[in-house]
Design a protein around this ligand. Structure first.
Ligand SMILES: NC(=O)c1ccc[n+]([C@@H]2O[C@H](COP(=O)([O-])OP(=O)(O)OC[C@H]3O[C@@H](n4cnc5c(N)ncnc54)[C@H](OP(=O)(O)O)[C@@H]3O)[C@@H](O)[C@H]2O)c1
Length: 333
């Protein structure tokens, strides 16, 4: 059987360009003992993948030029040579960026596509949701009545976090780029919104927006750069910051100087905690419990941006850096 896949052409720094990716065809063997063959239905593209294209090891190994990349994917078993897996079963894997694959069943997780749409396991009910949950619960320790500033709030982690924070009884100031995205943030429950592309003084705009909510107690960092600078200025003394990601910096050719107001960390006695979701799988059971309650109560909704076809996977990935997505960015095969 043949499968089309996306390979990395070479390592690079700077902006992402289409020529760094190639569409290729691979032979997929029949499953050996303990293996299954799977046809992917949805692939996830994620900002962290950018770090794997530079060629240095961060908290995860780099992708290798000339080889298919990997990433989250959900698909259905087409052939099985493994106990407990039958054709038609839905599985979650890290065998993304390809249409189909053969792999040991032991490395796959079966998912219930009757309970939730299969793609939800890549977004709200998957790593994305757990990232938002761990950041709010464990890094920030968000309390009822507090006010959270969520950055990149119309994106995957951001929109999950806005809704979770509201369900936890907090107030939310959401920042996102453009009128459609700020409208979406309001729709999912943000108390106040700021279109960061439409203001010249981000700190001032967030401060004003947070004033009726008692000011910013905590900041969820997805962006970095000017957003972090503004957050250090706006946040109240003893504020907590969950450092989840800094997407504004991922395409830098050379490292940019940090915020000029780092002394605010001292004077305001701030706590800044960086984290990676893979260290927080022990929260999974509690997360799914809370998420199920919130979904049943209608407090949480899912929004995806979907590109069709494996050939468009690089375009979907590049779209993360231009704000092309509202909610989770996915590729449907
Ligand atoms: N620590 C972890 O374990 C972990 C896990 C998952 C994700 N993350 C991080 O969480 C953040 C969000 O990831 P995600 O998967 O949810 O992606 P996402 O937010 O769905 O997509 C990226 C969004 O970032 C915004 N953006 C891109 N470039 C920007 C810039 N220069 N300045 C301001 N905003 C910019 C865009 O929204 P606008 O149109 O609003 O600008 C874009 O839609 C990323 O930093 C990612 O690395 C961390």
């Amino acid at each position: 059987m043949k499968s089309r896949e996306i390979r990395l052409v070479r390592h690079f720094t700077g902006p992402v360009k289409p020529e760094y990716f190639e569409l290729a065809e691979a032979d997929i063997p029949a499953p050996g003992p303990g293996e299954v063959q799977v046809r992917n239905a949805f692939l996830s593209v994620d900002p962290y993948m950018r770090g794997r294209m530079i060629g240095i090891r961060t908290y995860v190994d780099p992708f290798q030029p000339g080889q298919v990349m990997d990433g989250g994917a959900v698909g259905q078993v087409t052939q099985s040579n493994a106990d407990g897996f039958a054709p038609g079963d839905w599985v979650l894997s890290m065998h993304g960026w390809r249409e189909a694959y053969t792999a040991p069943a032991a490395g796959l997780m079966k998912i219930d596509a009757n309970l939730l749409p299969a793609q939800a396991y890549l977004g709200l009910a998957g790593m994305t949701g757990l990232t938002a949950y761990a950041g709010l619960k464990r890094m920030i320790g968000l309390k009822e009545g507090e006010t959270l500033w969520m950055s990149a709030a119309a994106g995957a982690v951001g929109s999950a976090g806005v809704q979770f924070a509201k369900a936890m009884g907090a107030h939310v100031v959401a920042t996102a780029g453009g009128a459609d995205k700020t409208a979406f943030c309001r729709e999912i429950g943000a108390d106040a919104v700021v279109d960061y592309k439409a203001v010249s003084d981000l700190a001032g705009a967030v401060r004003e927006a947070a004033k009726p909510l008692g000011g910013v107690d905590a900041y969820f960092e997805n962006v970095g750069g000017d957003h972090l600078q503004a957050a250090l200025d706006v946040i109240k003394p003893f504020g907590r910051i969950a450092a989840c990601g800094m997407i504004a910096r991922y395409n830098d050719d050379t490292p940019m100087p940090g915020p000029t107001n780092l002394t605010q960390i001292v004077g305001k006695k701030l706590t800044i905690r960086g984290f990676i979701v893979t260290d927080h799988f022990d929260l999974q059971r509690e997360f799914i419990g809370d998420l199920s309650r919130w979904m049943i109560a209608g407090q949480v909704q899912m929004r995806d941006t979907v590109y069709d076809g494996i050939a468009r996977a690089p375009e979907a990935f590049m779209g993360l850096f231009t704000g092309a997505n509202t909610g989770k960015m996915l590729v449907r095969l």
